[in-house]
Design a protein around this ligand. Sequence first.
Ligand code: GDP
Length: 457
Amino acid sequence: MRDDRPTIYALSSGRPPAAIAVVRLCGPRAGAALEKLIGRVPKPRHATLARVRDPATGEVIDEALALWFPGPHSETGDDMAELQLHGSHAVVAAVFDALAIIEGCRPAEAGEFTRRAFDNGRLDLTAIEGLADLIAAETPAQRRQAFRQLKGLIGDRAEAWREQIIAALALIEARIDFSDEADVPEDLLGPALRAAKDLRDEIARALSKSGRGERLRDGFVVAIAGPPNAGKSTLLNRLAKRDAAIVSAHPGTTRDAIEVHLNLEGYPVTLIDTAGIRDSADPIEQEGIRRTQERVAMADLVLWLTDASADRAAAGRAAAENLSAAEVWVLRNKTDMLGGETRARSESRSTNESGRAFAISALTGAGMESLLQALGECVRKFFSTTEASMVTRARHRRALEETIAALDRAVAQGSTGNEELIAEDLRSAATALGRLTGRVDVEEVLDVIFREFCIGK
Ligand code: GDP
């Protein structure tokens, strides 16, 4: 049978200009395209130096490394080719122009290579999500989690569980189908239900141990709040070491929440600078205040910043605690403005409050070291149960919860002895796991998942 699926191509490396540009091809005409461009199909999986020519004119476009990965053992399962070119706009454009006129070739859409890997059964859905997370990973902890997921930490286990459920289902179906025949053992129901119960407990255990895997994707959220002019933006800039927030001496200029992503001890932290929380008649400012309150309400930690010279710390802290269920640390800022004696008093007071209050100067950086250390510890503690987390998305959690619920129903049906209903519940449990890995009706989730990819992946 002729395979007339399109052969797709894309720039898989970063934006030119760059030292090298990697152009990948995937599909039934990948080999033919290589022949047109470099005059041959190189030895599989060996880097080969080759002149890339415009097939229309014969003009040399570039000298490149060419690689040939015949299917089905390629990354996507299709025939694949790769050209490592010099990374200029002109080289890439010329190669794309040459590819565009080769029959059966067209530019790839976002995530289309990965989609082929899925269609060819090379990657399940959870592995694809892991791949998307690996590409987006900003910290070592995110990278480790994504890599484990790519390699099947959840996918392989879900598939093994699904097989066990199907084995239990087979026992029950055997009873339904052959119950009239003498040589079918009476008690097939008991073992099937016991297996369902054990599995249910195992999945529930795995779920409960899954810690903060979902949060590791988004980061630990720290809201920086406090009265206008307390120095929130200045602190954010110091923490972020770049000018993400506008620092201004006029109250109320930071109208919207501003986010900065940090890598703290290998863990992702999202810092949110908030607009000054205060009474205001200005509708734009009110909107900013409303959004701020939402973000602060979701935060894992609130840094409540006060002007140490104004000394509104106590009132401020109460306000912050009303806003959020999160832990609140009070930061007494602008200690550089205090006289020596007051500063000493301010600092000693801070250390007396069991590490939950700090005296700093966002402007000079004084006191920042101990704040960062405490933040690091806090984040590490938050994520400490996460290292081998299986569940990294709400989608996973939902699928596993559905599986548990269906198994529970099957076990509960056990006392009624209604085999048809038990079989139905076991089928629902298997389907829930199948949706997790993408084995059954997943069209609706596919688009969402592949949208996360860039072109060329
Ligand atoms: P926000 O409204 O809370 O975001 O406050 P900003 O970060 O915009 O700071 C308000 C003003 O206070 C600016 O002029 C800052 O330079 C100043 N400021 C911030 N932190 C400090 C500090 O630690 N010491 C001193 N002396 N000034 C500061």
